[in-house]
Structures are given as structure tokens and as C-alpha cells.
Design a protein around this ligand. Structure first.
Ligand code: CAA
Length: 293
């Protein structure tokens, strides 16, 4: 878990001072832009990269000036998967003892929204990393896939789980509700085809299957992702976090439990100054000024 109270910064200039080898972190106003930066290896995901990414996310979570995050790679690759060279000599006992890649999913505990802006290849762990984010935007040349089977292994960071639809029984009206687990929404048949053949899907296929929210020209992708992150950041940060929490719980709770949590969070917004400000601003026909309180 990230601990938002562990450090607290009053200025996001702190983010600019963060220096890493495998990623870069920049401010775009209230948006943190995190870029995977191993271009020669097509942003292959090695352990040092994840250490840095987790550290950066912890700092961003703690920075009160930042409202949302964009995670991107290069034009050629968001990330071409786990670093095969790093893994090639590892043994079962090494991986079991170190619980290899367990810390790769830490990004799912970040409470601020994360938009993955995917240009080029998002393969294996790269596709899984994109699916751990809250929204995926793709450049028109993006390619998504889980090609682990070609290496004699299987997806290890959620690829077999986050792609798959989950069916929940709606006990309130006896209909079946199909909840597409995330962004994870390509469905069993497509997920099986991708995982069992290692075949890749295009940005358009990813869009039509619900894996990505929008497709943009490659050179406009990051800009568009930042624009969306700016919109999110302009709202009350605690309310944004409640929205994210509520939507994510839909993948874990029964419908009744999820609806209960949503109602309680809705009630909780009435304890915030920002809810009062938002509704007063509407009534008074002016723009709301949120203070994250
Ligand atoms: N790990 C380590 N290095 C990688 C890499 C990876 N996943 N993907 C690419 N690279 C390296 C290549 O070895 C190459 O390095 P050198 O120049 O030193 O030889 C460099 O990046 C450029 O790659 P290519 O020459 O292969 O570029 P290409 O344009 O011809 O092909 C590609 C691009 C189709 C993405 C191809 O690189 C590829 O198939 N990569 C591997 C994809 C893959 O199998 N990913 C799954 C990894 S396993 C995993 O992720 C497990 C998990 O779930 C956690």
C-alpha cells in the first residue's frame, strides 16, 4: 500500500527534483507525467524500473498539488513486457523466494487516477501495466498482446485475470450483470485467443473490445491524455478518489455490497466543503472553486 500521509509536500516542485534512471517524472500543472525510459530495450520492465516507478508513485500520491497521473512510454513502445534478459537465468526457487513481480501491482493501490497513454507495443507485462491503470488511451499504431506463451511461460502480472469478464448475479432484479473487469474488458473468448496464441490486437480492436477508452493520432496521444488528466485534476481531489474507489470496488464486491459502498461514499461527500461549494456554485450560476476539503 502507498501511504499518502507518510510525506506531505506543499509544492509539486518536489516532483521535478526526482531523478531516476529508468523513468522520468514531470509536472504538467496539476498532472504528473511519468514516462518509462528504457528506449533501447523498448521499455522492457526490469526490477529496478519497478522500484523507481513505485517510488515515484508514492511521491506523487503524497504531493497535494497533483490531482492525476499520466503514464506513458515512447512512440515505439509503451513497454514490450517483462525484461526477458533479466528473467532468462532466473529459477523457480529464485522467483518463489523473492516473490518476483509481486511489487509490480503496487501501482493499483495509488488512489489518484492514472491514465495509461499507450503508443506502440504494450506486450506481456506492458499490457498488464496498462490494464492496472484506470483509463487507457491508445495511439493509432498501438499494439496490445500477451505473447508469453511464445516464451514458454504465462502472463504473470494479471494478464489472464484482467482481460476476463466477470459475471455477477444481480440479486435485486434477477438479471445478470456483466461487469467487464476493468478496462480488463476483452471477454473470455478474445482473452483466450490472445493468451493462447500470443497474437496482438490493434488500437482499433482494443477500442471496440473496450480495453481502451479512446484512440488518438500517435503524436497527439500524450497531449490528449494530459488534457483528460487536467480535467480530472480540476475537480475536488478527495471526491475524485472516492469515484475511483467506488468504480474499482465494482470488480471485487457483489452488486448489493457495491451499491451499499457507493451510497455511503455519496453520503460522505456531504461532509466535504467541496460538495457544498459544487452545489452552491451551480445554484449561483458560477464556476465552482474546489479546495480539496
Ligand atoms: N525484454 C528484454 N529486451 C527486450 C524486450 C523484452 N521484453 N523486448 C524487446 N527487447 C529488446 C530486444 O532484445 C532488442 O535489444 P537489442 O537491440 O539489444 O537486441 C531491442 O529491445 C529492440 O527489440 P527488437 O529488435 O526485437 O525490435 P523489433 O521492432 O524487431 O520487435 C517486438 C519488437 C515485437 C516488441 C519484439 O522486441 C518482441 O517480441 N519483444 C518481446 C515481447 C514479449 O515477449 N513480451 C513478453 C515478456 S514476458 C512478460 O511480460 C511476463 C509477464 O507477464 C510479467
Amino acid at each position: 500500500m502507498f501511504h499518502p500521509t507518510r510525506r506531505s509536500f506543499t509544492t509539486s516542485s518536489f516532483l521535478r527534483s526526482l531523478k531516476y534512471e529508468n523513468i522520468t517524472v514531470e509536472n504538467r500543472g496539476k498532472v504528473a507525467l511519468v514516462t518509462l525510459n528504457r528506449p533501447k530495450q523498448l521499455n522492457a520492465l526490469c526490477s529496478p524500473l519497478f522500484k523507481e516507478l513505485n517510488d515515484a508513485m508514492e511521491n506523487i500520491q503524497a504531493d497535494s498539488k497533483i490531482g492525476a497521473i499520466v503514464l506513458t512510454g515512447s512512440q515505439k513502445a509503451f513497454a514490450a513486457g517483462a525484461d526477458i534478459k533479466e528473467m532468462s537465468t532466473q529459477t523457480f526457487i529464485d522467483n518463489y523466494k523473492s516473490n518476483f513481480i509481486a511489487d509490480w501491482t503496487k501501482i493499483t493501490t495509488v488512489r489518484k487516477p492514472i491514465i495509461a497513454a499507450v503508443n506502440g507495443f504494450a506486450l506481456g507485462g506492458g499490457c498488464e501495466l496498462a490494464m492496472m491503470c484506470d483509463i487507457i488511451y491508445a495511439g493509432e499504431e498501438a499494439k496490445f498482446g500477451q505473447p508469453e506463451i511464445k516464451l514458454g511461460t504465462i502472463p504473470g502480472a494479471g494478464g489472464t485475470q484482467r482481460f476476463t469478464n466477470h459475471i455477477f448475479s444481480n440479486t435485486e432484479n434477477r438479471n445478470f450483470v456483466f461487469l467487464k473487469r476493468l478496462t480488463h474488458a476483452v471477454g473470455k473468448s478474445k482473452a483466450m485467443e490472445m493468451v493462447l496464441t500470443g497474437s496482438l490486437i490493434s488500437a482499433q480492436e482494443a477500442l471496440s473490445s473496450g480495453l481502451v477508452a479512446k484512440v488518438f493520432p500517435s503524436d497527439k496521444l500524450v497531449e490528449e491524455a494530459v488534457k483528460t488528466a487536467e480535467i480530472i485534476s480540476s475537480y475536488s481531489n478527495p471526491i475524485v478518489m472516492m469515484c475511483k474507489e467506488a468504480v474499482n470496488k465494482a470488480f471485487e464486491l457483489s452488486l448489493n455490497e457495491g451499491l451499499h459502498l457507493e451510497r455511503r461514499l455519496f453520503h460522505a461527500t456531504f461532509a466535504t466543503a467541496d460538495r457544498k461549494e459544487g452545489m452552491s456554485a451551480f445554484v449561483e450560476k458560477r464556476k465552482a472553486k474546489f479546495e480539496d476539503k
